[in-house]
Design a protein around this ligand. Structure first.
Ligand code: GCU
Length: 409
C-alpha cells in the first residue's frame, strides 16, 4: 500500500503552487492605467502624425514583456501554396471548399499549414473572408467526410473524440456550433481556418514541433506559443492577400478564448487585417491585467507556461509594474475596426475588464480622427464561455457595416 502522507503532501504542494484567483469585484485593487496617448518619456501625443512613433513604443512593450519577439526572419518567410483539394459542390452546392497546403521549402523545420477555405458560390465579386484558427482540426468545423482528418497532435478531449492525442473519425463536425457555415455563407462571406496545432501543438513541449523550433530565441523575450499562432495567421494572410478566390483587402480576423488572444496579437502586429474580433479572450487578451479579476497573470503563466514570453512572469502578482495594459493592445488595432465580445457567465475572462479595455482604447481612434463609436463594438451574450451563432450574427452585422455591405434581407 502506498503511504498516504506523501500523497497528501503532493496534493498540497500542487494546490499551493496554483496561484489563487477570485471573481469578487470588491477585491479588485485600485489601479492606474498607462495612457495610450502619453509617450514613455511623458510627452502627450497630440496629432495623428505622432501616433506611429507612440504605436511602435507600445508594440515593443508587448513584444518584450508579454508575447515575446517574433524573429524578423520568421516574419519574412513566404509560404508556397498548393491546392490539394477543390470541392465545388460543398454544402449542397452553395459553396466551394478548398484545402490549401502552405509550406516553407527553404526552412525544413517549419511546419506545413493546412488552410481550409470555403467560399460562397453565388457571388459577383471575390467575397470578404473571416479568418480564424480552430482548436481541434479543420475537420471539426463540418461533418462532411471529404474534409481531410487532421493527423496532428490533439489534446485528448472526449467531446471532440480525440484519443491518444489523435483525432478519430468521430471528431468530424464536433465544432459545428462554433462555425455556423450556412449563416456565414448566406451573408456572402467566405471562411478560412486552420488548426492552431499545425503551427504549434498546445502543450509545454509543443515548441519542438513548432515554427519556434526553426527560429529559436533563447532569451526571456523570445516568442511564446501565442506569437507563434499569430505568425501562422499572418502566413495564412500572405496567401489570402493574393488569392483570387477572396477579397484580400477585407479579411476579418477572429478568435475565441486563447485563439482570441492570438487574433488580437496578430491584428496588432499585422496591419493587413482589416477588422479584428476578440471573442471571450480574457486574460492576456482583451481583459485588463491590472484588475486581476478571474484569471490573473500569475495563474495564466502557471497553467500555460508556453503561451507567453518568459519575461511576462516577472508580472505575476505584480501587474501594476507592467509598462502597458491590454487596452493598449486594443489601441494598436486603431484605426481599423475592432469588435470585443464577452459572455455573462464567463467570469474567468472578466467581461467587465474586457469592456473597460475597449473603452480605454477609444482615445487612439479619436486621435486618428476616426469615429470610435462606429469602429469599436462591444457585445455581451447571455451564457457561458463559447462562440455561438448569436456571436457570429453580431460579427456579421459589424462586418457588413465596416465593409459597406448592405445587410441581408
Ligand atoms: C483556459 C484559460 C484561458 C483560455 C481558455 C480557452 O480557461 O485559462 O486563458 O482563454 O482556456 O482557451 O478556452
Amino acid at each position: 500500500m502506498k503511504p498516504i502522507i506523501p500523497l497528501l503532501l503532493t496534493a498540497a504542494t500542487v494546490l499551493a503552487a496554483s496561484p489563487v484567483t477570485h471573481t469578487d469585484e470588491s477585491k479588485v485593487p485600485a489601479y492606474t492605467l498607462p495612457d495610450p496617448l502619453v509617450s514613455d518619456n511623458g510627452t502627450p501625443v497630440k496629432s495623428p502624425a505622432e501616433w506611429p512613433k507612440r504605436r511602435a513604443e507600445i508594440l515593443a512593450h508587448f513584444e518584450k514583456h508579454i508575447y515575446g519577439i517574433t524573429p524578423p526572419a520568421a516574419i519574412a518567410l513566404k509560404p508556397v501554396a498548393r491546392e490539394t483539394q477543390n470541392i465545388p459542390d460543398f454544402l449542397a452546392g452553395k459553396a466551394t471548399l478548398r484545402e490549401i497546403e502552405l509550406t516553407f521549402p527553404d526552412t525544413p523545420k517549419a511546419p506545413t499549414l493546412n488552410l481550409l477555405l470555403i467560399t460562397p458560390n453565388k457571388t459577383s465579386s471575390p467575397p470578404p473572408v473571416f479568418l480564424g484558427l480552430n482548436f481541434r482540426g479543420n475537420h471539426t468545423i463540418h461533418p462532411d467526410p471529404r474534409i481531410t482528418l487532421s493527423t496532428r497532435w490533439m489534446e485528448n478531449d472526449p467531446k471532440a473524440a480525440t484519443i491518444n492525442h489523435r483525432a478519430t473519425d468521430a471528431s468530424r463536425g464536433t465544432a459545428t456550433s462554433r462555425w455556423p457555415l450556412d449563416l456565414i455563407l448566406s451573408r456572402g462571406y467566405a471562411i478560412a481556418t486552420l488548426y492552431c496545432g499545425d503551427i504549434e501543438p498546445d502543450h509545454p513541449d509543443g515548441i519542438k514541433q513548432s515554427i519556434r523550433a526553426a527560429f529559436p530565441t533563447p532569451d526571456d523575450s523570445g516568442w511564446g506559443a501565442i506569437a507563434a499562432w499569430s505568425w501562422g495567421l499572418s502566413k495564412a494572410m500572405d496567401h489570402l492577400s493574393s488569392s483570387p478566390a477572396v477579397n484580400g483587402k477585407q479579411v476579418a480576423l477572429l478568435g475565441h478564448s486563447r485563439l482570441g488572444k492570438t487574433a488580437l496579437w496578430a491584428g496588432a502586429t499585422d496591419e493587413r487585417f482589416a477588422f479584428v474580433i476578440s471573442n471571450n479572450s480574457g486574460c492576456g487578451g482583451a481583459a485588463l491585467s491590472r484588475r486581476a479579476f478571474g484569471e490573473t497573470v500569475a495563474r495564466i503563466n502557471h497553467s500555460f507556461p508556453h503561451w507567453f514570453a518568459r519575461s511576462f512572469r516577472q508580472y505575476n502578482d505584480n501587474e501594476s509594474a507592467l509598462p502597458v495594459d491590454q487596452h493598449q493592445l486594443l489601441a494598436l488595432i486603431a484605426p481599423r475596426p475592432l469588435h470585443v465580445a464577452s459572455a455573462t457567465q464567463d467570469l474567468w475572462a472578466d467581461p467587465k475588464g474586457e469592456r473597460l479595455a475597449l473603452d480605454h482604447a477609444k482615445p487612439a481612434y479619436q486621435l486618428l480622427g476616426k469615429p470610435s463609436a462606429l469602429l469599436t463594438t462591444y457585445h455581451i451574450r447571455e451564457g457561458a464561455h463559447d462562440i455561438t451563432a448569436e456571436d457570429w450574427s453580431h460579427y456579421l452585422d459589424s462586418a457588413d457595416r465596416h465593409f459597406s455591405r448592405s445587410p441581408s434581407p
